[in-house]
Design a protein around this ligand. Structure first.
Ligand code: SF4
Length: 495
């Protein structure tokens, strides 16, 4: 494989965005399209919200073999360079954007940036993984004991080493072998010299969709990335399904895992996915608007204005306003150009904190009773600052309405969450959180209300919930083996 030179400077952590849960990865792949890397770059650009620290693309060209480029930073700052894109020829390509992985919290190294590549006796293969392997520590120990040499700290690299140890005769079969050993959440896009492969774990925790463009095929974390390249959305890859796409045999579908009831991440509906994507046959925007409707039904309050905390609170605020009849207003304006381009701020600028990103529309707010709709409360630090800004602008009352239940448990399935004790809802009751934030009222949508908003008319099924909601309920659909080993305590009967 020829490798383009790799930039060795990681992106600085965003100084103002530590109060949100963060999706850790997005994956994208195409086959049967000339200059596939350009399509992958566009797809990754559309998936940038799923990971902003780094990205990578691997391509295969029949004449020159595999090619790879991995970079820190935004897709648009790297994979738009004609010089770089010329190093990625071929009509088969996969790509990955990442935030961070379970293996390297704090500091990302270029060796942790995917796709990962492995050379096997029957040829090379590259993989890009969205999710988190919950038994990675045990697998890693076993593999190292048996002679594997790991290049990265990423849990995803286990898949390549498990494939290397499989005795199967082709790469898709080796991949099935490998993934049967893996527990947790995985949506994987992979490629060989001739095949594009997509797999979802048996619970289907993270999304993966299939599309067509021209005569080619596309795999993507979300449908919004199909739109950007003009691809048609065909269907979701089913939980527990593997698709193998090749020029000779077209698309073949397999079921390599024991069948289970799916447990898709309900937070994808609330926050992670883009509002212009389709999840489970429904527009994410429409689901979020419906969450606002349920929130207003469950938690009414007399007020003058409903304002979203931009941008993710916007559809829920619209729904809340429509249901309550209280006027909607853009009481907080987001500086669209703040982003991560404000590199290395001084201490003085850092202290300005959230004001650099959000500004209150004073003319609207002064003298009003304001309902602020946000998607979640994680540590509560941003909520406190926003409340202060709203009061400074002359608001008479501030009422928080939150479009998700209290986030009281960490996620171990591919979302970056603070340790449990840092989650406000893990240590405080709703009333204690209200006092801590010093607002007139604070209310969260109930878990049943959230289920109704995503289309489950009867709410959450107690015996076997239809979604993963572990960060709200503490009920983990896959045992977080690595974390238990590190001393994490599961919910007790008394909690
Ligand atoms: S724990 Fe929460 S964020 Fe993680 S997969 Fe489950 S619902 Fe999604």
């Amino acid at each position: 494989m020829s490798a383009a030179p790799e930039t060795l400077q990681p992106f600085p952590a965003h100084p103002f965005d530590d109060d949100k849960l963060r999706e850790e990865c997005g994956v994208f792949g195409v086959t049967g399209i000339a200059d596939a890397a350009n399509f992958v770059a566009l797809g990754l650009h559309a998936l940038q919200h799923r990971g902003q620290e780094a990205g990578g693309i691997v391509t295969h060209n029949q004449g020159t073999g595999f090619h790879s480029a991995r970079r820190f930073g935004y897709v648009r700052d790297n994979f738009t360079s004609a010089k770089l894109m010329e190093t990625l020829p071929g009509d088969l390509a996969i790509g990955h954007v990442r935030y961070s992985t379970a293996g390297s919290k704090g500091r990302t190294e270029i060796r942790d940036v995917q796709p990962f590549f492995g050379e096997f006796s029957m040829g090379g293969a590259a993989i890009a993984h969205n999710g988190n392997i919950t038994n990675a520590n045990a697998l890693r120990r076993e593999l190292i004991d048996r002679g594997s040499i790991f290049q990265s700290s990423s849990d995803s690299e286990c898949i390549i080493h498990l494939m290397a140890r499989s005795l199967q005769r082709d790469i898709p079969e080796r991949m099935k072998d490998a993934l049967r050993r893996v527990e947790g959440a995985f949506s994987v896009v992979a490629m060989t010299r001739t095949k594009l492969i997509g797999v979802r774990d048996p619970l289907g925790v993270r999304p993966l969709v299939l599309g067509r463009v021209g005569g080619g095929w596309v795999l993507s974390s979300e449908t919004c990335a199909l739109d950007i390249i003009g691809a048609d959305f065909i269907r979701e890859i089913e939980p527990g399904e593997m698709v193998v796409i090749s020029p000779e045999r077209g698309l073949l579908s397999y079921r390599p895992f024991e069948a289970k009831r799916s447990r898709f991440c309900i937070f994808e509906h609330v926050y992670f996915s883009r509002p212009d994507s389709i999840l489970g046959g429904r527009s994410v925007y429409e689901t979020r608007r419906q969450i606002g409707v349920e929130l207003a039904r469950e938690n009414p309050v007399e007020a003058d204005l409903v304002c979203p905390v931009p941008d993710s609170g916007t559809p829920a605020a619209i729904g809340y306003s429509q249901e309550s009849g209280i006027p909607y207003a853009m009481g907080i304006i987001r500086n669209q150009y703040m982003g991560r381009t404000f590199i290395e701020p001084t201490e003085q600028i850092r202290n300005m904190g959230v004001r650099l990103k959000l500004n209150v529309n004073r003319a609207l707010i002064a003298g009003k009773r304001v309902i602020l709709v946000d998607d979640s409360v994680v540590r509560g630090t941003t909520s406190r600052k926003i409340k202060e800004m709203i009061l400074d602008a002359g608001a008479k009352e501030v009422h928080f309405r939150i479009a998700s239940p209290p986030t009281a448990w960490p996620c171990f399935y591919g979302v970056d969450t603070p340790q449990r004790e840092k989650l406000l809802a893990a240590t405080m009751s709703e009333e204690e959180m209200r006092q801590h934030l010093a607002v007139d009222s604070l209310k969260f949508i109930s878990l049943d209300g959230l289920y109704r908003a995503v289309g489950e008319a009867e709410g959450r099924a107690a015996d076997c919930p239809q979604y993963c909601d572990a960060c709200f309920s503490g009920e983990y659909p896959v045992e977080p083996a690595d974390m238990l080993e590190r001393g994490f305590k599961l919910k007790t009967a008394a909690e």
